[in-house]
Design a protein around this ligand. Structure first.
Ligand code: AMP
Ligand code: MG
Length: 417
């Protein structure tokens, strides 16, 4: 473990510290490609084949010798070549054309395919209207993927396009990093599962579902430890149990300075807490540590703070532990937009204002913060389509200034305009 940094950390430092203090899993599993979406490739993937496997036609048309088409004279149509047929043994004769469909193998000899739209056909002959070029409309063997080439690198999280690529190479199974075991729990005497009636002083627990949904696309298996009371014995039992079962434990609540905030104290006793104050708004209390070899992330209790810190800190930690290579470990897309109103604020924390971005009539991205910004107001996130990100040291920005925005991508779909 590296040296523990000072208690108040910038988001960048908190992230850098966390990422350098967690390791990628080194256990792998073989999965059918059909079940591998979101999993992380454990080794470079080398193509066992050429794609396409043989020269074939990119068009419905006629396979010809380009030299026969330089002046518009009729060519006799001598055969038909459909997709799925093997390559004819016999060399195509000069002065002839073979009717060919998209995906059909190029007959030996032919060096060009003329698209049907550029031809005039009668029962036995075809006239080529425009001179053909050598190689035109022929998809060459290996043009997409060459046998022996590295097609997907180790540490890539497989997306829909990768799965298409794998199947196009005839690959049915891939070796990926095994799923990360993640435990989640919520702490607080006031918390009640939705579906029940609230008594005085109680509120519904809503952080676990947010964490779970934010992890839905990642290669994780989630164990839900439920709601745990603000009780040292109950908490310490669950922390001990989870540390034996999970690679990562994510709790919410109990990491601030209240008299019932036992979580970070217990984690420090049972393991270690490396930091618990991050200069981020919403957020601030976010605890990072270890319970033996289990990584611990303690989210703040406020749902907005829990959501933002899960996105900004926990997701990159999970992606690293799940084996995603550093160059792919970007969970946020940061763009610039023109601010629509003045903002004054207290400096000191990097702020993620919930905001709406839109394009004006010149296609310029503009952004305006929402009026409600409390860390208890979850509608500030559901009504937003981006975060307006203000650096810690900035106390004032003016209408017309260029500011940073992070489009909100909930479940991989931008929340839209
Ligand atoms: P804490 O960090 O435990 O002091 O909680 C801060 C605030 O967030 C309090 O108002 C809690 O009632 C609320 N809170 C904590 N955990 C949750 C949760 N899982 N779901 C909804 N609200 C919560
Ligand atoms: Mg609490």
């Amino acid at each position: 473990m590296a040296q523990t940094p000072s208690p108040w950390l910038s988001l960048d430092d908190a992230l850098a510290f966390s990422l350098s203090n967690v390791s990628p899993l080194d256990e792998t599993v073989s999965l059918p490609v059909a079940s591998s979406l979101g999993f992380v490739l454990a080794d470079d993937l080398i193509s066992p084949v050429n794609v396409p496997p043989a020269d074939n036609s990119a068009m419905d048309g006629y396979a010809v010798y380009a030299s026969d088409t330089q002046s518009p004279s009729p060519l006799t149509v001598v055969a038909e070549q459909f997709a799925g047929m093997s390559r004819p043994d016999k060399k195509q004769e000069k002065g002839t054309a073979i009717r060919i469909m998209t995906g059909a193998l190029i007959p030996p000899g032919a060096d060009s395919v003329v698209m049907q739209e550029n031809t005039v056909r009668d029962a036995t002959q075809v006239v080529i209207a425009k001179p053909a070029l050598v190689g035109e409309n022929i998809r060459r063997s290996g043009a997409d993927i060459e046998m022996g080439s590295t097609v997907i690198t180790k540490g890539t999280a497989l997306n829909a396009a990768h799965l298409v690529l794998l199947h196009s190479m005839g690959i049915s199974h891939v070796t990926v990093t095994r799923p990360l075991k993640v435990g989640i729990l919520a702490t607080g005497d006031e918390l009640v599962e939705p579906g029940n009636t609230l008594s005085s002083g109680q509120i519904y627990e809503s952080n676990r579902i947010g964490t779970r949904a934010l992890l839905a696309q990642l290669p994780v298996t989630i164990t839900d430890y439920g709601i745990v009371a603000d009780d040292k014995k109950a908490l310490s039992d669950i922390l001990t149990k989870a540390s034996k079962e999970q690679d990562l434990l994510i709790s919410s609540g109990g990491v601030s300075v209240g008299d019932a905030d036992f979580v970070k104290e217990l984690v420090a006793q049972l393991g270690e807490i490396n930091f618990w104050k991050v200069a981020i708004k919403p957020g601030k209390p976010f605890a990072f540590g270890k319970l033996s070899s289990t990584v611990f992330c303690g989210l703040p209790g406020n749902p907005v703070s829990a959501f933002v810190t899960a996105q900004q800190l926990v997701l990159p930690i999970i992606r690293r532990m799940a084996g995603i290579a550093t160059q792919h470990n970007t969970t946020t897309l940061t763009l610039t937009a023109r601010l629509q109103q003045d903002i004054k604020r207290r400096k000191g924390r990097q702020e993620f204002l919930r905001a709406r971005m839109y394009q004006d009539s010149d296609q310029q991205w503009c952004v305006a913060p929402l009026s409600k910004q409390s860390s208890g107001v979850m509608t500030s996130i559901t009504n937003a389509n981006c975060y307006l990100v203000l650096p810690a040291e900035v106390s004032e920005v003016k209408a017309g200034d260029t500011v940073l925005v992070q489009p909100l991508r909930l479940n991989d779909h931008w929340a839209g305009q």
